[in-house]
Design a protein. Structure first.
Length: 252
């Protein structure tokens, strides 16, 4: 039991009175990569929003245990400090806030939470250079405001850069592959793969199998109408690519 990082049981969640998740169960162990696939409107992004504590969503039933603790009892900022990271489907721009100041504040907030000394300016800039190289990020981009004037691919690359800086225990990638060309997809996936250790885990939310050519999952789940209706090995993603999701109508 000690290697279970995330355990979700009978999770129900709604937004604006409309139920999206309808009894979702999911167990993620350390060292694992889980892919969650499914058609639009199945609840994939709702799941990621609930896990990070987006206040727009209300959990009406079920439990979410993270590192053996009640995740739902934690504030969004403390979920981050406890090691949960979300790579957004549509990263936002933060004009006037430099990437350097933004990331140093985030890193030091995590360090303070864990009773560690703040990272010095010299060590932080060294860390930034090392992590930037992993995602092949131009130094000029790192010196600008957060996502300011970035292309879609640059924003996604920046998200993975932030992930490498924070070194989370549980990374949630919400359709990180959307809008990426093959080269950007390779770079993003390479960053994710380099971060993988026996002590952390990743949930990859995607429509398409192509991302899974680069980030190989241990488990593939199909989410449909708020529930996980099938779980299989990595080869199942190829079958989904061939069959699509129409067959899910037969499982209603």
């Amino acid at each position: 039991m000690e290697n279970i990082l995330l355990e979700i049981k009978n999770l129900h969640a709604e937004i604006g009175g409309r139920e999206i998740l309808r009894g979702l169960d999911l167990t993620v162990k350390t060292g694992e990569v889980h892919a969650i696939m499914g058609p639009n409107g199945s609840g994939k992004s709702t799941l990621s929003s609930v896990l990070v504590g987006n206040p727009a969503f209300t959990v009406t039933e079920g439990t979410v245990m993270y590192k053996g603790r009640d995740l739902l009892a934690l504030s969004p900022e403390n979920r981050s400090r406890e090691g949960i990271f979300l790579s957004f489907q549509y990263p936002v721009e933060i004009p006037g806030v430099s990437m350097v100041n933004f990331m140093r504040a985030a890193v030091n907030a995590h360090r303070e939470y864990n009773h560690e000394e703040p990272v010095s300016a010299t060590d932080f800039l060294k860390m930034m250079r090392e992590k930037r190289a992993i995602v092949e990020m131009d130094s000029k981009l790192a010196s600008r405001s957060v996502n300011g004037g970035f292309s879609g691919g640059e924003k996604k690359r920046n998200e993975i850069f932030q992930m490498t800086m924070l070194n989370p225990l549980l990374s949630i990638l919400d359709e990180t592959d959307s809008g990426l060309d093959i080269d950007a997809l390779r770079v993003v996936a390479n960053g994710v793969n380099k971060l993988k250790t026996p002590d952390n885990a990743t949930i990859v939310i995607t429509h398409y199998q192509r991302l899974l050519d680069y980030i190989r999952p241990d488990v593939v789940h199909v989410l449909y109408k708020g529930r996980i209706v099938k779980t299989a090995g990595p080869e199942f993603a190829l079958e989904l690519e061939r069959k699509g999701y129409d067959w899910l109508k037969d499982s209603d």
